[in-house]
Design a protein around this ligand. Structure first.
Ligand SMILES: Nc1ncnc2c1ncn2[C@@H]1O[C@H](COP(=O)(O)OP(=O)(O)OP(=O)(O)O)[C@@H](O)[C@H]1O
Ligand SMILES: [Mg+2]
Length: 263
């Protein structure tokens, strides 16, 4: 059974794309079949996987607006087991083009419902807003994973996001739940990171993943080489942390099969 996970936080630069790309690559490394859908017009997940978006003639835009099949839009990546539906710049226009569409929030869900390819996980990398693209992701997802940058304003806007998830759960997608919160860019040298992590843990308890992603130079460099961290610097702390996270995620999802195979 496949699971659709939206990686969302309307705050910019908190590690959504870094998490989507590296979680997807690490899950593929655990023998899962993974599809990453880049829902951000910035296309960072696409370029981060080494795909030149200027050479993509089609993208998730064509699924949302022209109702093309995802089957024809997905492409292979250099990582075995990981496929991508890329983003192109015209995705920025999708929000406006869909405004009058009666099913505008459900375009991604429709595309996924019509697409019965065998994946274990479909990861949705969302843009930094609660606009129509993120709504499409939340209406199509089973769960939402929220990366939080371990810094001073970390919790700002989080209430708004959680309210939105609650509203979507009530009105658009009763199946939606929270996958959890992932602390990112943790800097062990500062008291601040520790304080913020404590605060998030106090507020959200078991929803917070035990694995914490450290601030790691290699994680920041990997996208400019078009590689997930597992390929760019497989033994770095950043790679280890995303592998640990993927395993914790699988354990929480009862996928011991993959976990056993890997350890
Ligand atoms: N753990 C980390 N250590 C070091 N750098 C990181 C880490 N996580 C992310 N970065 C860097 O921080 C920046 C923001 O990360 P990322 O693009 O993943 O955030 P985002 O939430 O997807 O941003 P946006 O809201 O613009 O989509 C990027 O330059 C990324 O390479
Ligand atoms: Mg991003």
């Amino acid at each position: 059974m496949r699971k659709v996970v939206a990686v969302a936080n309307q705050k910019g630069g908190v590690g959504k794309t870094t998490t989507s790309v590296n979680m997807a690559a690490c899950l593929a490394g655990e023998d899962c079949r993974v599809l990453l859908i880049d829902l951000d017009p910035q296309g960072n997940a696409t370029s981060g996987l080494g795909i030149d978006r200027h050479e993509c003639d089609r993208s998730v835009y064509d699924a949302l607006v022209a109702e093309e099949s995802l089957e024809d839009l997905r492409i292979e990546t250099a990582t075995k087991g990981l496929e991508l539906v890329p983003s192109t710049a015209d995705l920025a226009g999708a929000q406006i083009e869909l405004v009058d569409h009666p099913q505008r929030e459900f375009q991604l869900r429709r595309a996924l419902d019509e697409f019965d390819a065998e994946y274990d996980f479909i990861i949705l990398d969302c843009p930094p807003s609660l606009g129509l693209l993120t709504l499409n992701a939340l209406a199509a997802a089973n769960t939402v994973l929220v990366p939080i940058q371990t810094e001073y304003y970390a919790l700002e806007g989080l209430g708004h996001l959680l309210n939105t998830v609650e509203l979507i759960h009530e009105h658009l997608n009763p199946a939606l739940s929270l996958e959890g919160i992932l602390l990112t860019m943790y800097d062990g040298r500062t008291n601040l990171s520790e304080q913020v992590a404590d605060e998030v843990n106090t507020h959200f308890g078991d929803l917070v993943f035990e694995t914490i992603i450290p601030r790691n130079v290699r994680l920041g460099e990997a996208p400019s080489f078009g590689m997930p961290i597992t390929e760019y610097a497989g033994s770095s702390r950043g790679a280890r942390s995303y592998r640990d996270f993927a395993r914790e995620f699988l354990e929480r999802n009862g996928h011991d099969r993959f976990h056993d195979a890997a350890s």
